[in-house]
Design a binder for this molecule. Structure first.
Ligand SMILES: Cc1cc2nc3c(=O)[nH]c(=O)nc-3n(C[C@H](O)[C@H](O)[C@H](O)COP(=O)(O)OP(=O)(O)OC[C@H]3O[C@@H](n4cnc5c(N)ncnc54)[C@H](O)[C@@H]3O)c2cc1C
Length: 209
């Protein structure tokens, strides 16, 4: 694997995604596959061929890809997090606005003036009200109700390579929301860096198919 952890990519105006931990990589896929056949590689090219064959095969021998596991940290708007967490085959923990006070930080789409200014004013006003409610003694868990979906949140996402590829496949698609796609593009870059053989086979046989 190239590069030290964490590997961070900036996304949108204030967000990011970072790989914090990785178990296995391409070698874990090979281990999962070779135990089935009790086979050994005669050369590194044998392992590359095997991963390509597994990715191209139908029906897929998919469980071999589950032995590589990632832990990512993510900072994204609430509306992206909500879509992301629909992907159930993963583990999540998110910063709680029951326990933490929301930072005055929200996503602002680039372009579209003067509407963007009205959007910004609306978000600022919602934070003003949020802070007023807290000062008046409202619980954080209630006061947060006035904040908009553009507020940034942070979560950690632990996911295996098979489920990661399912997420990439769906969230790189042109039908996925543009903002979510920017996160998928950043994760794909990291995936290429840390699991080059599996990522290349995924792009060749699944994404470009
Ligand atoms: C462009 C786009 C638009 C979308 N629009 C909407 C929308 O309008 N409304 C909405 O509600 N959702 C919407 N979604 C979310 C979508 O329906 C899925 O919930 C989300 O993409 C997660 O996909 P998944 O189930 O494959 O992933 P995961 O939940 O990670 O599941 C991975 C795989 O495990 C299997 N699996 C998991 N749970 C079950 C289960 N209970 N039963 C059987 N098999 C299971 C399936 O094979 C599944 O593909 C949208 C997604 C995309 C990409």
């Amino acid at each position: 694997m190239e590069g030290k952890l964490p590997i961070r990519r900036k996304v949108l105006d204030k967000g990011w995604v970072q790989l914090e931990d990785l178990m296995g990589g391409d070698a874990a896929v090979i281990r999962g596959a070779r135990i089935c056949y009790q086979s050994v590689a005669r050369s590194p090219e044998d392992d590359i061929r095997l991963i390509r064959r597994l990715m191209a095969s139908e029906p897929k021998h998919n469980t071999v890809f589950e032995h590589a596991v990632f832990r990512f940290g993510v900072k994204c708007p609430l509306f992206v997090a909500r879509q992301w967490m629909r992907h159930r085959i993963a583990s999540y923990n998110e910063r709680s606005l029951r326990y933490c006070i929301a930072d005055r930080e929200y996503y602002v789409p680039a372009g579209d003036p003067p509407e963007v200014e009205a959007y910004r004013q609306h978000m600022e006003a919602s934070f003003d009200l949020y802070e007023r409610l807290l000062q008046a003694g409202w619980r954080r868990e209630r006061a947060r109700g006035v904040l908009g979906m553009a507020v940034y949140t942070e979560f950690i996402w632990t996911v295996n390579a098979w489920s990661l590829m399912n997420w990439l496949y769906k969230r790189l698609d042109k039908h996925a929301q543009w903002e979510h796609r920017q996160y998928a593009k950043a994760v794909l870059e990291i995936y290429r860096q840390v699991m080059p053989v599996t990522a290349a086979a995924f792009e060749e046989f699944i994404l470009k198919r």
